[in-house]
Design a binder for this molecule. Structure first.
Ligand code: PMP
Length: 452
């Protein structure tokens, strides 16, 4: 279908063009020898072009690199900037809290926290909230509490999920049974001792695993978003809820990415009833912030367990979690930026983005599919759209993905480096979406050999 020789030639051409266009980024990378992997965080080496763009400025849906090129940003920090880069209400709240009032490191609560807790309850249902600085930590601490409360050792995940660098989650299925996910760094223990795994959308597989009676919690995204978007089949989420209740297992919805679905994430959109909700990234409007919400019942059970040390060294919490700055930024984001009206705009644009990609898929007769979850759109090199994480992982095509990413970047459009994912923020415009449709079509037209 895809002419691999043509793909390789085009990828080489685009990489050379990228190198030529970005001498300052290349120079910054060359001088960063004292950073591990030359980057502040090793995942920043996930660059289709061979080295990362260096950031100069970002505002709304626009990013400027150190070579002076401007981009339409559909990556939006892989959701961290879903509220747009530096939205004005968050900037004002940060200035006030950090600049005028001070106290981000004071270890004292502020009244914003109660407001945020009430707002998160209104949006997601669960009623007892705690804060973290990353979604990874929100998940870790929720898992600890649920192990403590149930006395059960294992956590169940969907194969090829991503919930941050949570040790328990790095498990996948295989024809020989559950195994550690490839590439897992420094696992503390064999993941099959701490975890169980089922495929997303596989109700029978889930029941088989829960029937062991040792699963404290199922931690899942209501739609998978880290291996393409894998949407739930009709009835699947209801079955998950019913089975978890039947086997005495708590249900955790990780809304970190599915927060794209609406003001209350997929939980709100689909009327789900998880026992715990975890969320990070976008809620801080670009300032590190995350949260986990417990049901009333779990909160009460934990609090009556006198032997648990929740106040000092018990393994839940961080000195900076819930700091005044993160909480002020979260309040501003929820109160003024990621509002119902903003979601309406973002979803409309995501629909238009999807239509643009689908038109090209149809014109060039590609065996690809596109899924959308509110403000988030992603295409996958498989049709029909995969229905499980493993199936979706098998549809990966790194060279093809790199080609599209570099081609778009060379023409002023950024996608998320880990996905063919595009996210809309309140500042994204119709023109920006149309620009993507136009450039995406060129990329495919050249690849098809019809021109170029
Ligand atoms: N949960 C989900 C669903 C995620 O997609 C991610 C990150 N992509 C995380 C948790 C972890 O977020 P962080 O890296 O900010 O801790």
């Amino acid at each position: 279908m895809i002419d691999r020789r043509r793909l390789t030639a085009l990828l080489d051409r685009e990489r050379a063009f990228f190198t030529e266009r970005h001498p300052q980024s290349a120079a910054e990378y060359a001088r960063a020898g004292n950073l591990f992997g030359r980057v502040p965080m090793t995942w920043m080496n996930k660059s289709a072009a061979g080295f990362p763009l260096y950031l100069a400025q970002a505002r709304g849906a626009r990013v400027t690199d150190v070579d002076g090129h401007e981009y339409v940003d559909f990556c939006l920090g892989d959701s961290a900037a879903m509220a747009g880069h530096s939205p004005a209400p968050v900037v004002a709240a940060v200035r006030e809290r950090f600049g005028e009032l001070g106290g981000a490191g004071a270890m004292l609560p502020t009244s914003d926290a109660a407001w945020v807790g009430a707002e998160l309850t209104r949006r997601f249902g669960v009623s007892r909230w705690s804060f973290a600085l990353s979604a990874t930590d929100a998940n870790r601490w929720a898992i600890r509490l649920l192990r403590a409360v149930t006395g059960r050792p294992r956590i169940l995940f969907n194969a090829y999920c991503y919930h941050g660098s949570v040790d328990e989650s790095l498990i996948v299925t295989s024809p020989h049974g559950p195994r550690s996910r490839e590439g897992n760094v420094g696992a503390p223990v064999d993941v099959t001792a701490t975890s169980r795994v089922a495929e997303f959308n596989d109700v029978y597989g889930l029941e088989r695993e829960l029937a062991h009676g040792d699963v404290a919690a199922v931690v899942m995204e209501p739609a998978m978003t880290n291996v393409g978007i894998v949407l739930p089949r009709p009835g699947y989420l209801e079955a998950v809820r019913e089975l978890t209740r039947r086997y005495g297992t708590y249900l955790v919805n990780d809304e970190t990415h599915t927060f794209s679905a609406g003001p209350g994430g997929a939980t709100g959109l689909w009327g789900l009833e998880p026992d715990v909700v975890t969320i990070g990234k976008a809620i801080g409007g670009g300032i590190p912030a995350a949260a986990y919400g417990l049901s009333e019942e779990i909160a009460q059970r934990v609090q009556t367990m006198q032997h648990l040390d929740l106040v000092d060294m018990g393994g839940v919490g961080g000195t900076l979690a819930g700091n005044a700055l993160s909480i002020a930024a979260t309040r501003a984001t929820l109160e003024h930026v990621l509002t119902t009206a903003a979601y309406t705009h973002m979803s409309e644009l995501a629909k238009a983005f999807k239509v643009g990609v689908e038109a090209v898929i149809e014109e060039f007769d590609l065996p690809w599919s596109v899924n959308r979850l509110g403000a988030r759109v992603e295409y996958r090199f498989a049709a029909p759209a995969p229905t499980s994480g493993t199936e979706s992982a098998q549809a990966a095509d790194p060279d093809l993905e790199d080609y599209l990413h570099v081609y778009l970047a060379n023409r002023g459009i950024l996608l998320t480096p880990f996905h063919n994912m595009a996210l809309m923020c309140p500042d994204t415009t119709e023109e920006q979406v149309a620009e993507h449709s136009r450039v995406f079509r060129y990329a495919i037209e050249e690849l098809s050999g019809r021109t170029g």
